[in-house]
Design a protein around this ligand. Structure first.
Ligand code: ZN
Length: 192
């Protein structure tokens, strides 16, 4: 009985992609209850799960915030420092505003590395979306944005940095932690 529970745990974290039935998870948890393995029960309930190739976790929202980013600060750092201040380990956010410059990254899927491009010009943050998780024991705001020029031309990508001109953020904290770890398939630090 105990082996069944541990196998379930190992499978989840080994990242296997065999299709699984969520009923198996429920069965495993029940077996653990009857076996009295309380620590394992807690671990299972707080871990991620897989459905086919997809990893997922059910979460509840906790707190919600509105932020005004400080002119002259770095866009991403402002959000990360707020998360640190409020002890937020996981969140989802969207934002808009403008930056005085921007460093945008594009991930080369063949070379599995980021290429950086910088724009030293005022840009509108027409749309920004991101999430907060833990990366190397620090809060990381994974931030993507669509930026626009005076002509209306759009630039877009992974927003690594940008000097805030003005910024408005809506942030929703989640009742979990999200830890990014290296994924061999993509070369990225992925969560779950
Ligand atoms: Zn990205």
């Amino acid at each position: 009985m105990r082996d069944s529970v541990i196998n379930c745990w190992d499978e989840t974290h080994a990242g296997q992609i065999e299709p699984r039935d969520t009923r198996f998870d429920i069965l495993s948890i029940s077996m653990a209850i009857f076996g009295g393995h309380s620590k394992i029960i807690v671990d299972l309930l707080s871990s991620s799960h897989e459905w086919g190739c997809m990893h997922y976790r059910e979460v509840d929202t906790t707190r919600e915030f509105l932020l005004r980013l400080e002119t002259g600060a770095d866009w991403r750092t402002e959000i990360e420092e707020f998360a640190e201040l409020k002890d937020i380990d996981a969140a989802w956010f969207n934002a808009m505003g403008a930056v005085q410059d921007a460093e945008v990254w594009f991930y080369d899927q063949t070379e599995t590395e980021y290429n950086s491009v910088s724009f030293d010009e005022p840009l509108e943050i027409a749309a920004c979306i991101g999430n907060i998780s833990m990366l190397d024991d620090e809060r990381f705001a994974h931030t993507h944005a669509v930026l626009s020029r005076p002509s209306g031309q759009a630039l877009a990508g992974h927003l690594n940095a940008g000097t805030v001109f003005a910024g408005e953020v809506y942030l929703r904290a989640l009742d979990t932690d999200l830890i990014r770890e290296y994924d061999e398939t993509t070369g990225l630090d992925l969560w779950l």
